[in-house]
Design a protein around this ligand. Structure first.
Ligand code: 13P
Ligand code: SF4
Length: 355
């Protein structure tokens, strides 16, 4: 049997194509062009890595302009993506709202798959690309549309509020979506004394503490935030006296009770920018501290974070590949489009400040 022992892996093949089709050398011109980005991130990215990132950043930005594309990036993306190539950054709610306004032909979603689906739902005439479609989410994969229908049968007439961290199929059997920044607002806005809030049990429990409504939930959890405990917070307080500690509401309630502030990813960023603590621990995904640190001189960021393996599937190489090859395109089954979009649009409507 003939055996090819030097066959390239798919990643090596993609790298070979990129190397052939783009100039990825760290030239003087590229160094000059990318210097403003480097100046912002130099405390977070080792200088020795810059000659690898800079040509990719340069080529992505050039190709983006040529192909009339915009990059939407979540706050958990690495600094080289967040500051190097993103046109719009934000939390899930901000990215959803911004997706409705995109006029460019193509959206490249640097985040996880449900975020790309949300952009497609809200702006269906655009081509939505995700650089690695395996970028999932433990919350989105914890529940199916059939599970939601079974809950509906068990609690007839009770409205279903679904976290945006869910598939389009689940959104399609939902009354209204929510994010971590508007969860309480949405729960208060829907009719009735009982609400199903799925699939994040911790976001539901943390919201239940702030409302008189009865909340029924699902046993889903974020694999990044569920591992934090009250003991971890006590240890951080002992290790870093005087440091302020803030967390994402996907953490268990015992953690939220022990921290100084809880909020969405953008809520946490705004809190640090406003409060300007001398020392802070962000109990969430690790890139958050790196990204905020670039904009908050004088604040010391201490480590108490976990990495989201799904968010970290996105990198500069696969962003360039995605733009170059128009892959991987996000599509949503025709029958899911209308009902799933309606649930997200209702959320945006309910979150608008009342005038
Ligand atoms: P935000 O809506 O706060 O950005 O959260 C999204 C997320 O996946 C957090 O783990
Ligand atoms: Fe999902 Fe958690 Fe990753 Fe956010 S951090 S994308 S909730 S797995």
């Amino acid at each position: 049997m003939i055996q090819q022992i030097n066959a390239l892996t798919p990643i090596e093949e993609a790298r070979a194509v990129l190397a052939a089709d783009f100039d990825l050398k760290f030239s003087k011109a590229i160094e000059t062009e990318t210097r403003p980005v480097f100046e912002r991130v130099k405390d977070r990215i080792p200088e020795i890595e810059w000659p690898f990132y800079a040509p990719l950043i340069f080529q992505i930005n050039k190709l983006k302009r040529e192909k009339n594309a915009v990059i939407l990036a979540h706050n958990y993306q690495t600094p080289q993506i967040f500051y190097g190539v993103a046109d719009i950054v934000g939390d899930s709610l901000q990215l959803a709202i911004e997706a409705t306004k995109v006029e460019a032909e193509t959206i490249v979603q640097c985040g996880v798959h449900f975020m790309a689906e949300t952009s497609k739902l809200l702006n269906p005439s655009k081509r939505v690309l995700i650089p690695d479609s395996r970028a999932g989410c433990s919350l989105a994969s914890s529940i199916t549309a059939e599970d939601v229908l079974a809950m509906r049968a068990q609690y007839p007439g009770v409205p279903v509020v679904t976290y945006v961290n869910s598939s389009a199929a689940v959104k399609a059997v939902t009354d209204v979506c929510c994010t971590s920044s508007n969860a309480l607002q949405i729960v208060e806005a829907v009719e009735g004394d009982t609400v199903m809030m799925i699939p994040d049990q911790y976001l539901a429990q943390n919201t239940a503490k702030k409302t008189k409504k009865k909340i029924v939930t699902w046993a889903g959890a974020c694999e990044v935030h569920e591992t934090f405990t009250a003991d971890d917070i006590a240890e951080l307080r002992a290790a870093y006296p005087g440091a302020r500690i803030i967390a994402h509401p996907e953490c268990p309630p015992e953690v939220i009770d022990a921290v100084d502030f809880a909020g969405s990813t953008s809520g946490m960023i705004d809190w640090v920018k406003t409060e300007r603590p001398a020392k802070v621990v962000m109990v969430t995904e690790c890139s958050m501290s790196d990204n905020v640190a670039a904009e908050t001189e004088g604040v010391a960021f201490l480590r108490g974070c976990n990495i989201c393996p799904h968010m970290k599937r996105i990198n500069l190489e696969n962003i360039l590949w995605s733009l170059h090859t128009d892959t991987e395109e996000v599509t949503i089954a025709e029958e899911l489009m209308e009902p799933a979009r309606a649930a997200v649009e209702r959320m945006i409507e309910f979150s608008r400040p009342k005038t």
